[in-house]
Ligand binder design. Sequence first.
Ligand code: COA
Length: 276
Amino acid sequence: MPNYECIKVENENRVTTVTLNRPDKRNAMSPQLNDEMLDALIRLGADPDTDVLVLTGEGDAFTAGMDLKEYFRGTEHDPVLSERAKWTMREWSYTRLRFFPRVTIAAVNGWCFGGGFMPLVSCDLAIAADEAQFGLSEVNWGILPGGLVTKDVTLALGYRDAMYYALTGKTFGGQRAKEIGLVNDSVPRAELGEAVRELTDTLLKLNPQTLRSTKEALRHSADMNYEQSADYLAAKSAQLGSRDPEKGRLKGLSQFLDTKEFKPGLAAYRRDAADA
Ligand code: COA
């Protein structure tokens, strides 16, 4: 990995943690941070040592959103720079993160404002610290939640909550984020690392290609009608069969039906067993 200045990338036991690393600026997303995130996600998508990706922030913030100085003011007099900055932001936080070929978890350690909702919602799963503060602050300074924030909020929240938080700019904590379905869980900040580890341990027991196909299937079928979904999911299942070097389906069937060593309703098949 290159020596990034605005992010940190660390790998331990097949889990890669990417940390937004501008704590003095509350991890506000500057054009340089966005360039580095795009570069890192392209590399990590092809990294054989990454089975789960965790996105978090250094210090007191997950991210204070778009960098008001460098992303907005710093590009507004240069249309090309501005367009490039917008494209890079959308490319990493929407396309690359949402369709990252491994499961992604947002570990929301602190402030999460405005543009920060894009990477948050793009992650497949999210755990917050109770102490984290979320806010659609755009309305407070005279803009609407742009980029894809509004779209993400309508996806992640119910209609009334989306309207309420976008129209008032009021902040809310981790427990409230859990209550309204923006995150899967919220725990005291001192326990956030352990909660993320428990989740990654669960995921690491599962077949990574199965997880990849499952997240892709959920993301794409949401926008299809029933006939399209049925056809797409049949094709997707066939794709999984051919791109899974572990041959998970055959192992699972054999361990349940032949050797009777596991119950699929209760746990994962033994990934280290010999081929069925
Ligand atoms: N863009 C650029 N710089 C930001 C920033 C942002 N979104 N958020 C924080 N910073 C900078 C501050 O300007 C300050 O820089 P300085 O030390 O050079 O003056 C530094 O980060 C610390 O910010 P500060 O406001 O002093 O920290 P705080 O802990 O008291 O408050 C926040 C934290 C997140 C509540 C506050 O910084 C804030 O409201 N940020 C903007 C949030 C927002 O509306 N984001 C939406 C953007 S789409």
